[in-house]
Design a protein around this ligand. Structure first.
Ligand code: PLP
Length: 392
């Protein structure tokens, strides 16, 4: 038998040969810029979509309110033991109120929420039907569950309807799982269509991950479910706090009875040290401001519309309907080469490669941000619209 280290070395060698080897690079954030590889670049690869993580004034105002007592960098225990600081309850009450829902529960990350909730709410005899392109954390959640699971064609209501007709009578509960804005294509799920399908069956529930829409969509920034008027029809609405909300952690908005159950059943909630209370407090601080950030949301929407239009005018393949804008290249090595070219020109854009995206769809992924200056946007568009597309 081959020695383990020989085995992993050859696995790394094949990843490198395919152009899919990942490694950690040094990156120092400086507002909306990033210092990396000895260069200062505009950061178009983070999830700081509203520019709140880069907003020093906002941070200073928050800090000015704090005392040494408030600054608690550790919970020192799980929330079920001694870690349930009032900051968590306050955050959850504020979330439930915003969504006009019965309850909310905070998790340490979106990864924890998705890998924890799904295995908790389903069991043998249940079925999960997930969109083909859902995030890895949702896939892992399905894998960890004891339910059967199946993926329907991306955003394809007909396919889902067909599966439901065929399978609904054979399972106790069925959970439909989708993202609202998909993290790699930046397109949107047909939420109202999903709600309509769900309503046809008494045993079907709907789970929506708003990781890339929370803070950004809807009048008060609650997400696509707010924008499409279906918050009340979603059984488990997950949002993350580490993206537009510039903090860390995640939450689910659900019925009170469901929350009580999750507290008893979600392993990544029970068997982990709670987030630092100072993080919960910062999340709450940002949450209070989010409803009033319509201007930043509009700015982001305008920038996004513009960039998508430019790509389409160049006949580049772009499925996006949001601020996440992929430029699909295909080949991994080619995507990396083009990303490096963008970086040389001062725009920190990354190549996204398999297995994060399907084989043959390696891409540059632009994450736009509301704090982009007009000149910076012009510069980007000039590169992409000019004859000077990197690599051409
Ligand atoms: C980022 C992301 C997550 C994970 O959230 P973290 O808080 O970063 O762990 C979950 N789902 C989707 C769709 C995401 O994009």
């Amino acid at each position: 038998m081959k020695d383990l280290y020989t085995h992993i070395q050859s696995a790394l060698d094949s990843l490198a040969a395919e152009g899919n080897l990942r490694s950690l690079s040094h990156a120092l954030p400086e507002g909306r810029y990033l210092l990396a590889q000895g260069q200062r670049m505009l950061n178009l690869s983070s999830n700081d979509y509203l520019g709140l993580a880069a907003d020093l004034e906002l941070r200073a105002r928050f800090l000015a309110e704090l005392t040494t007592d408030d600054f608690m960098p550790s919970s020192s225990s799980s929330r079920l033991l001694t870690g349930n600081h009032p900051a968590f309850d306050e955050l959850e009450v504020a979330l439930a109120r915003l969504y006009d829902a019965e309850a909310a529960l905070v998790f340490n990350s979106g990864y924890d929420a998705n890998t924890g909730i799904l295995p908790a709410i389903v069991d043998t005899g249940d079925l999960i039907l997930a969109d083909k392109l859902v995030h890895a954390s949702l896939i892992d959640g399905m894998r960890l569950s004891r339910a059967q699971w199946f993926r329907f064609k991306h955003n394809n209501l007909k396919h889902l309807e067909h599966l439901l007709q065929k399978l609904a009578p054979s399972y106790r509960h069925i959970v439909i799982v989708t993202e609202s804005i998909f993290s790699m294509d930046g397109d949107e799920a047909p939420l109202n269509g999903l709600v309509e399908l769900k309503r046809l069956y008494p045993n079907v529930l709907l789970y929506v991950d708003e990781a890339h829409a929370f803070g950004l969509r809807g009048r008060r920034g609650l997400g696509c479910c707010e924008e499409q008027g279906c918050i009340g029809d979603v059984d488990f609405l997950v949002g993350t706090l580490g993206k537009a909300a510039a903090s860390a952690g995640a939450f689910v908005v659900c019925r009170r009875v469901a929350r009580d159950y999750l507290v008893n059943r979600v392993r990544p909630f029970i068997f982990t040290t709670a987030l630092p209370p100072i993080i919960a407090r910062w999340s709450r601080y940002v949450l209070n401001l989010l409803p009033e950030m319509g201007e930043r949301r509009q700015r982001l929407a305008e920038l996004s519309r513009r960039l998508r239009r430019v790509l389409r005018e160049q006949r580049m393949k772009c499925p996006s309907g949001s601020h996440i804008i992929p430029l699909i290249v295909g080949d991994s090595a080619e995507a990396v080469r083009r990303a490096e070219e963008m970086q040389r020109r001062g725009y920190y854009v990354r190549a996204v490669r398999p297995p994060t995206v399907p084989e043959g769809t390696a891409r540059l992924r632009f994450s736009l941000r509301a704090d982009l200056a007009d000149e910076e946007m012009e510069g980007l568009i000039n590169i992409l619209a000019g004859h000077e597309m990197p690599g051409k």
